[in-house]
Ligand binder design. Structure first.
Ligand code: 26Q
Length: 831
């Protein structure tokens, strides 16, 4: 029954079963059981897919025991809980991570060996769970790992998209998108939880009525209802017995829905309605900035918010009856950007319309348990939804937003009487011919905490985008610098380096990355440096093999591996990177190659399907790569490759094999960046602007171990006033030659004029990303990089120092700060 929690049926003894043994022999036995009896395969099966599935089930049942124990411990502690609401969880693969966190990597390796396949063959069968676009989605995944490792009662809530992030192919140098039907062969890690199905309503209208006592109530009627069916995914902590939950909702049509239409004799309408309902969770929007105005996207956002809140409330009622006095103290909802911010009016609606509370009481609870994280500084990426769309889809929710706004604006006007300009600026509703709901303002007004994701970003938020709100409520605003989980991004993806580190300082750094600082003195130990260098070389071999296989380009591991992988976006300036590549090519052609450092430049990332410039930049990278790689004069001094289909699993091979990490966004535009942290942790040195978390990385490693360049954020804003790229180009002979090469058609011989929009954007005085402005400084910094790389001892020392100072960038630190300042949860040991 949707929405209703049945009384528990106790099956005696189930939780007293002896724990499943973890030794290799028992793993083999359970593997064989799943392979033969569950999946029905035998020795004639030609596909390794079932080996993967059987092993996944073998490990999942070991997670299940700990999962239950964790739940019992949380119930017994009746502690405060936090819910991470996110439209994206970019989980990647689960098998390796589960083994690592259960602490059974060696046992599984032995078992797999007995079965007669290699570990790599099996792990390669797993498809990435690509339920996210980029940084924001991967951050959510790293957060869940840290919450479980810190034994915090935190649950993730998201959407079980049928199709995840599209697969990218490159055809003739251009991006082609293919659907990612990742669930085709089933997902062995998930557990369907039909019994916790919720109903989410859309459309209809809001009605006011009085009950028999004369009290007024709002009713939302004539709605179209959709079922939300939960699928749970286990999130193991690192060797601590805790297994937390990620709950993903799938949309399904209600039975009644079908029947009404069906009985009316319209079978096809009924099927169409069913499809409309199930479409809600069909596909992830592949846009890493906002996608304007799409009704289906708003449906997804409300669907997630409503299903998750109803689920939390149902659990609350099953444990506390209808006593909500402590609800606000015992629950916290962290909103991953504005995407789930319908949660603010939706919690109001559930508390008032369904639980019968008055406004004051409901608002008191809501505004005490919502917290909002902002992930962008680009004003154009701030989410807005048209009022008309809102009214059509969520009429009752819009009414509540109006009331929130009215009460909020009256607070503003009593603080600043007569300041009508301020009222207009701060209103949750943007007036105009097509009025809009400003989701960020809704989130700020409804939350007790608002945070940015790096020090600079948080500072720029209160000085710029959210300045008015900061003046009103300074105490709400705070910073939480991002991190990445050292389990996946060091221990799992870089076993060679992890062993070397563990040999010297023990394994403690995996659970507490602050310990990694202890390797810093070893940068002065020549023998340690030699071993460090050898590990890096081996990782470069692995990366070179991937590049060979995927791009048919041969990277020589003695060259400097120079890597930029991330979503393709103008503000991230892949264009600046390629201008430098063209400049190096030009130097080779001119014979200016004294003391040359061979370079292998790797660029990868997906462009939003509708983003013309981003797609054109991919085409340029591919064309430049082809010309350079085919030019005999270059003779291996420079290699360039575009890696197709960049994703979590690719990064696991890329970051360990990288020498130089490119973090070159226009200052003030990248909120934080997290790829920068993965690279640093794996001993890459950064070339970067003073943007996002780069600033904090540089602070940790020191000026000598970081190649900084470019305008600062205030300098960028200052330069905009008089920006004149034409004169910058004219006064820089190197840049002139690069622009000359571009304009001459050297990289588009039989494709006349295709790069004209790129040339125009560089030459545009209103170029938002100021590519020409930073060219000289970038090329100079790259010169210093090349020189440093020629001195192998010096470079290796820098590499060690980078890893040694990566402790701050563990999500364990980030989550501890969220907990200390925002959530206030007590850790609960699993047993
Ligand atoms: C919004 C509305 C409609 C459709 C799509 C979207 C949408 C989807 C994804 C908007 C933004 C995103 C993703 C944003 C993102 O990944 N931001 C990155 O977040 C990282 C984690 O905080 C930061 O490190 C990066 O700097 C930031 O760019």
């Amino acid at each position: 029954m949707p929405g209703r929690h049945l009384k528990a049926i106790r099956t005696p003894g189930l939780e007293d079963l002896p724990p499943l043994p973890m030794d290799a022999a028992n793993l083999v036995r359970d593997f064989e059981h799943h392979y033969a009896h569950h999946l029905g395969r035998d020795k004639y099966c030609r596909s390794l897919r079932y080996h993967y599935q059987a092993l996944a089930f073998t490990i999942r049942e070991r997670l299940l025991e700990r999962w239950n124990q964790t739940r019992y411990a949380y119930i017994a502690a009746s502690s405060k809980s936090c819910y991470y609401l996110s439209l994206e969880f970019l989980m990647g693969r689960a098998l390796g991570n589960s083994m690592l966190n259960l602490g059974i990597t060696d046992e599984v390796a032995a078992a797999v060996h007995q079965i007669g396949v290699t570990m790599e063959e099996i792990t390669d069968e797993e498809i990435d769970a690509g339920l996210g676009n980029g940084g924001l989605g991967r951050l959510a995944a790293c957060f869940l790992d840290s919450c479980a490792t810190l034994q915090l009662p935190v649950m993730g809530y998201g959407i079980r998209y049928e199709y995840g992030m599209f697969r990218q192919r490159i055809e003739d140098g251009r991006q082609v998108e293919e659907p990612d039907h990742w669930l085709r062969d089933g997902h062995p890690w998930e557990l369907e939880r039909q019994e916790y199905t919720q109903v989410v309503r859309f459309g209809g209208r809001s009605e006011f009525m009085r009950d028999y006592q004369g009290a007024g109530h709002f009713r939302w009627v004539d709605t179209q209802d959709v079922l939300a069916v939960p699928y749970d995914i286990p999130i193991p902590g690192h060797r601590n017995g805790t297994v937390n939950t990620l709950r993903l909702w799938k949309a399904a049509a209600t039975d009644e829905f079908d029947l009404v239409e069906f009985n009316a004799g319209s079978y096809s309408e009924s099927v169409a309605m069913k499809n409309a309902a199930e479409n809600i969770t069909m596909v992830l929007y592949p846009n890493d900035a906002s996608e304007s105005g799409k009704a289906l996207r708003l449906r997804q956002q409300y669907f997630l918010a409503s299903a998750s809140l109803q689920d939390v409330i149902a659990r609350w009622i099953s444990r506390n009856r209808r006593d909500f006095t402590e609800f606000g103290d015992k629950n916290c909802f962290q909103l991953n950007d504005t995407h789930p911010s319908c949660a603010v009016p939706e919690l109001m609606r559930l508390l008032m319309d369904e639980q019968g509370m008055g406004w004051e009481e409901a608002w008191n609870i809501t505004s005490r348990c919502m917290a909002y994280t902002n992930h962008t500084l680009l004003p154009e990426a701030l989410e807005k939804w048209s009022l008309d769309l809102f009214r059509q889809l969520l009429p009752r929710v819009l009414e509540i937003i109006f009331e929130i706004n009215a009460r909020f604006l009256s607070e503003v006007s009593s603080r600043w009487p007569g300041d009508s300009d301020r009222l207009r600026r701060m209103s949750i509703i943007e007036e105009g011919p097509d009025p809009q709901v400003r989701m960020a303002y809704l989130a700020i007004v409804g939350s007790f905490s608002v945070n940015g994701v790096a020090a600079l970003h948080s500072q720029l938020l209160v000085e710029g985008l959210f300045r008015d709100f900061y003046e009103l409520w300074p105490e709400k605003f705070n910073n939480k610098t991002n991190g990445v989980t050292p389990r996946r991004w060091l221990a799992w993806c870089n076993p060679g380096l992890s062993r070397l580190i563990a040999d010297r300082i023990g394994e403690g750094f995996v659970a507490d990355l602050e310990h990694i600082r202890e390797i810093a003195p070893l940068a002065d130990d020549p023998e340690f440096r030699e071993r460090w260098y050898q590990v890096k070389q081996a990782n470069k071999e692995r990366l070179a093999a991937l590049v060979k296989e995927q791009c048919s380009v041969e990277f020589d591991v003695h060259g400097l591996f120079d890597v930029q992988v991330k979503r393709i976006h103008e503000y991230k300036r892949q264009l600046l990177n390629i201008l430098h590549v063209i400049h190096l090519y030009d130097r080779i052609k001119r014979g200016d190659t004294e003391n040359w450092t061979d370079r292998c430049v790797l660029i990868g990332g997906k462009a939003a399907p509708g983003y013309f410039m981003a797609k054109l930049i991919i085409k340029l990278i591919c064309n430049v790569a082809k010309v350079i790689n085919d030019d005999a004069v270059v003779n291996g001094r420079l290699k360039v490759a575009f890696l197709p289909n960049y994703r979590v699993t690719a990064m696991e091979i890329i970051c360990p094999g990288t020498d130089l990490s490119e973090q070159i966004s226009t200052a003030g535009k990248e909120a934080s960046g997290t790829g920068n942290m993965k690279f640093m942790m794996n001993g890459a040195v950064t070339i970067g602007t003073l943007d996002g978390a780069n600033i904090e990385i540089r602070e940790e490693v020191g000026d000598d171990n970081f190649f900084v360049f470019g305008l600062t954020a205030p300098e960028v804003e200052e330069m905009r006033r008089s920006y004149d790229p034409a004169s910058i180009v004219a006064n820089d002979p190197d840049l002139s030659r690069v622009m000359q090469l571009l304009s001459s058609g050297h990289f588009n011989m039989f494709e006349t004029g295709i790069f004209a929009p790129i040339i125009a954007s560089i030459m545009n005085p209103r170029d938002l990303w100021m590519v020409a402005a930073d060219f000289r400084s970038f090329v100079n910094a790259q010169r210093r990089v090349s020189e440093a790389y020629l001195d192998r001892e010096r470079w290796t020392r820098m590499s060690i120092v980078n890893t040694a100072h990566s402790g701050k960038f563990s999500t364990d630190r980030t989550i501890s700060e969220y907990n200390r300042d925002i959530w206030h949860l007590k850790p609960v040991p699993a047993s």
